[in-house]
Every structure is written in C-alpha cells, then in structure tokens.
Ligand binder design. Structure first.
Ligand SMILES: C[S@@+](CC[C@H](N)C(=O)[O-])C[C@H]1O[C@@H](n2cnc3c(N)ncnc32)[C@H](O)[C@@H]1O
Length: 289
C-alpha cells in the first residue's frame, strides 16, 4: 500500500497505572508515529497512531507479541483518525460575519474577505466574551446602528473584548468608557481595540469596574450586554449617567427576562424605544425620560 497521510490508524491500549513504560515501548517498537497518554483513575490509556500505508490488522499483528506477556493490558478501541491540518484549521474559524446593516465582525487574518461597503470590526478570538458570534452581541450592534449618533460619548459596561466600544468608535462615537469586572478581559480588550482596529488610545478609557459603581462620567449612549441579574442591578443607576436625551441598549436577556425588564423601565426614568429579537435573545433600546 502506498504512503497515505490523509488519515492515520489508532489503537488505544489500556493498562493499570505503572505500566506506562511497557505500553510506550510496545508502541515504539511497532513503528508508531506518535501516541498520547491519558489517565483514568487507576488505569492508563495510550492512544497509539500508525500510518495508513498498511491495514490496521497488520499493525495489530505487529503489536500483539509485545502485549502477550501482559495479560492486564487490553485493547480498548481502535479506528481511523482523519489527518486534518491541525496547525492551521482553527484559523478558518470566525469567518466574516455580517451584523446589522453596516457591520462585519471578523478575525484579523480574514481581513479583505468582507463584503464591500461593510465596516469591519476586528476581534482576536481569545478567552474574553465578545467575538460577535453570540446573538446577544449582535442584538446590541444592530440597535447601535440605529441609536448611536456621531460624536456620542459611550459607556460599555461588561465590555469583554470591547467589541461594542470598537463598533461605537468606528461608527463615529467620540469617546468610549469600557468597564469589566474581569482584569484579564480588560487586558485583551486593549489589544483588540488599539492594535487591531487602529483606534487612538485617547478615545478609549478601559478599566476594571463593577457595573456603574464609581463611574463618574455622563454619556449619550450606554451599552450593556450582561445577563438579566446584573442588568437589573444596574438599572437604578442608568438615568444618572445618561445626559439629557441619552439612550441605553440592554442585552443578554432572554425574551421572558426582557419582558420583566421592560416593566421596570418607567420607575427608573426610562422608556422603551426599540427592540431586536434574535432567536431566544432580545436587545432593548431605551431613552431617558
Ligand atoms: C456577555 S459578556 C459581553 C461582552 C461584550 N460586551 C459583548 O457584547 O459581546 C458580559 C461581560 O460582562 C462582564 N461582567 C459580568 N458582571 C459584571 C459586572 N458586575 N460589572 C462589570 N462587568 C461584568 C463579564 O466579565 C463579561 O466580560
């Protein structure tokens, strides 16, 4: 059989802990191309990979003499594994995603592949929430296209990657204040905004912060894609930080939560002006009364 690297065979050997060397030596003696070890309680599994230039049965025949003296070793399973381009495949993820009427969210290595006329928001998909692929983020972006005015000062509460601040600044906001409880998220946000999107440092104030506690600015537009509970907790403080004529967009609410949230708007000096539903998620745009 010819050399074929489109797939490999694997044979998983299981033995009691302590026999790792025996398992590895059997694997190496039979010409495997690699192996991975996992421990499961008192047992150890060695998954051994072989080239597909001969049938799996041939590899098994070669392995058996090495296993025969070891009754406690068993063959747990075997099969075929596709040899995908592991090192580059992940980069295919996060292809350009059109959001709303004007925006496209994408990983930086897809630059240039977006639909012409769309404004690209580059996000490096790291550990922070906010790649743009979640409906709750898309709901805010869609409402922001309708309710952001050029020159607005914006608060982005629960900023994650700072995707909402980036979009706001790229759509003409003058300044954004991004806050998140998680300090690691804040570091990632700096890389996303300043480096990838070419946003001037002075336009963006990113800091660790818990909702609106200690927030001393007033803004034209507040953005908050956080869950129902933090949104509710923050609601009494929202009108205070909004300038006259100010607006807020709340997201991270499933539809039933959105209905409960709406009931609390008037008593907090706000009124509903717009709404977007994406699957089970809803985004609400409100104005200061
Ligand atoms: C659903 S993510 C939204 C990320 C991004 N803004 C987006 O729209 O895709 C919510 C973010 O809120 C942050 N968060 C949760 N509770 C918070 C709080 N009390 N104060 C500030 N940020 C909070 C989380 O760390 C997380 O990054």
């Amino acid at each position: 059989m010819e050399r074929n690297d489109n797939f490999w065979w694997y044979i998983t050997l299981r033995g009691p802990a302590g026999l790792e060397d025996v398992l590895s030596s059997a694997a190496e003696s039979t010409g495997c191309i690699g192996s991975t070890v996992t421990n499961e309680g008192d047992a150890v599994d060695l998954q051994v990979y072989y080239r597909a230039n001969q049938d799996l049965g041939e590899w098994l025949k070669m392995l058996q003499p090495y296993l025969e003296p070891w009754r406690e070793i068993e063959i747990k399973d075997m099969g075929r594994v596709e040899n995908r381009a592991w090192n580059t495949e992940w980069m295919d993820a996060f292809p350009p995603l059109n959001v709303g009427e004007k925006l496209v969210v994408m990983a930086p290595w897809h630059a240039g592949k977006e639909d012409p006329g769309r404004l690209p928001i580059f996000i490096y998909p790291g550990s922070a929430f906010g790649t743009g692929y979640h409906q709750s983020t898309q709901a805010v972006l869609t409402l922001m296209e309708r309710w952001l005015k050029p020159g607005d000062a914006v608060a982005d509460i629960g900023c994650g990657t700072a995707i909402l601040s980036i979009a706001a600044l790229k759509m003409g906001a003058e300044r954004a204040y991004a806050r998140d409880l998680d300090p690691s998220v804040v570091r990632e946000a700096v890389r996303n905004t300043l480096e990838l999107n070419g946003i001037a440092g002075e336009k963006l104030d990113i800091a660790v912060g818990d909702l609106l506690k200690g927030f001393g600015h007033t803004v034209d537009l507040l953005l908050a894609n956080i869950l129902y509970e933090p949104n509710m907790a923050m609601l009494p403080d929202v009108a205070r930080v909004l300038k006259p004529g100010g607006r807020a967009i709340f997201s991270g609410l499933v539809v039933e939560e959105g209905e409960k949230f709406k009931e609390k708007l008037a008593e907090n000096g706000l009124r509903l002006v717009d709404e977007v539903r994406l699957d089970d998620w809803c985004g609400l745009a409100v104005a200061k009364i």
